[in-house]
Design a protein around this ligand. Structure first.
Ligand SMILES: C[S@@+](CC[C@H](N)C(=O)[O-])C[C@H]1O[C@@H](n2cnc3c(N)ncnc32)[C@H](O)[C@@H]1O
Length: 283
C-alpha cells in the first residue's frame, strides 16, 4: 500500500508518544484497563427496568473516582441525573477535567460531584435515588461489620421507593491466594497483584501496577486495603439494614472459558476459581 501523504490543508496529527511510566496518567490507564462505564450503565438500567417496569432516573455513584458512570448515566437518557461521591479530591478533579468535559452543557448540568465519605450524614442528605451503586468492589474498604451495616442502612434511607442498591462482588478460590495476573492493553500491561491475605481477619491487600514497552513500571499506581467478604455475609448485612429482598446475579460461562458478560439471577452457584457477581438490594 502506498504511503499516504498528508493533505496540504490538514496537517498530519503527530503520533501519540509511546507510553512510559515517566509520563503516563494513572487514571487514564485505569479507565482503559479496568472500567467500562457504558456497559455498567446499561446493566444498571436493564436491572431496574426489569424489576420496576419503568426507567430509573436518579443515580448516586458511591466511590465514584473519576465519575465515568455518572457521565454515561447522564448521556444515556434525557433527564437522567447523577450524583458522584468520593472522599478523594484528586480523582474528582480528573473526572471533571476529562470525563465531564466530554458531556454537552445539558448533560453536564445533570451531574454533580461531591467530595465526602459515603458514610457521612451530609452525603445522606443529598436526596433520594432510584439507584445507588458501589462498583469495582470499593465498599470492601469497610472492614468491620458494624461499619458495613451503617453504610447499607444509610444507602437504604437514601433510596426512593422501589430503589435499588447495586454492589458488585468477586469471589472464588483464587481470591484467597496471593497472585499476579497480567493483561496486555494497547501500549501497556495491566498487573493485578493480590499481595497479601490474612485468613484470620479477612484483611486483603491488592495493588495495580502498569508496565510499559520501554521497560518502565508504574508500581503501586493504586493500592487497596480491603476485607474479603462473602455473599452470605453481605446478604445478611443487607437484610439487617432493612432491605426487603436481595437478588444475586451470577455471570454465565463463555464457551472458551471465563465469563460471558451476561448476569442472571441465581439461587445457587457453583464452586469456581474466580467469578464476578452483582447484588441488587431492594429497598
Ligand atoms: C477502586 S476506586 C473505585 C473507582 C470507581 N468507582 C470504579 O468503579 O472503578 C475506590 C474509590 O473509593 C474512594 N473512597 C474510599 N473510601 C471512601 C469513602 N469512605 N467515601 C467515599 N469514597 C471513598 C477512593 O477515593 C477511590 O476513588
Amino acid at each position: 500500500m502506498p504511503a499516504r501523504r498528508p493533505s496540504s490543508r490538514r496537517p498530519a496529527r503527530p503520533r501519540p508518544a509511546p507510553l512510559t511510566a515517566r509520563t503516563a496518567d494513572r487514571y487514564r490507564l485505569y479507565l482503559d484497563a479496568v472500567q467500562d462505564p457504558p456497559t455498567e450503565v446499561a446493566r444498571l438500567s436493564r436491572l431496574y427496568h426489569r424489576l420496576r417496569r419503568r426507567h430509573a432516573r436518579t443515580l448516586r455513584e458511591d466511590f465514584c473516582g473519576t465519575a465515568g458512570i455518572c457521565c454515561d448515566w447522564a448521556r444515556s437518557r434525557a433527564g437522567r441525573t447523577a450524583v458522584g461521591v468520593d472522599i478523594d479530591p484528586e480523582p474528582l478533579a480528573w473526572g471533571t477535567r476529562h470525563n465531564l468535559s466530554g458531556l454537552t452543557d445539558g448533560q453536564r448540568a445533570r451531574v454533580r460531584l461531591v467530595r465526602g465519605s459515603v458514610l457521612s450524614s451530609r452525603i445522606a442528605r443529598l436526596g433520594r435515588f432510584d439507584v445507588i451503586c458501589a462498583l469495582n468492589f470499593s465498599y470492601w474498604v469497610f472492614r468491620r461489620r458494624e461499619i458495613m451495616l451503617r453504610y447499607f442502612q444509610r444507602c437504604r434511607r437514601a433510596l426512593a421507593p422501589g430503589g435499588l442498591l447495586v454492589l458488585d462482588f468477586f469471589g472464588g478460590s483464587e481470591v484467597l491466594t496471593e497472585l499476579r495476573e497480567r493483561t496486555r492493553n494497547r501500549g501497556f500491561t495491566y498487573v493485578w497483584d493480590q499481595a497479601d491475605y490474612d485468613p484470620v481477619s479477612g484483611d486483603w491487600t491488592a495493588h495495580i501496577h502498569f508496565e510499559f514497552r520501554d521497560g518502565t513500571v508504574l508500581r503501586r499506581a493504586f493500592t487497596y486495603h480491603w476485607r474479603l467478604w462473602t455473599i452470605p455475609e453481605l446478604h445478611d448485612l443487607l437484610a439487617d439494614a432493612g432491605f426487603r429482598r436481595v437478588r444475586v446475579l451470577l455471570e454465565g460461562d463463555a464457551a472458551g472459558g471465563g465469563g460471558d458478560g451476561v448476569f442472571r439471577e441465581r439461587r445457587r452457584g457453583q464452586a469456581d476459581r474466580s467469578f464476578i457477581a452483582y447484588l441488587a438490594a431492594e429497598r
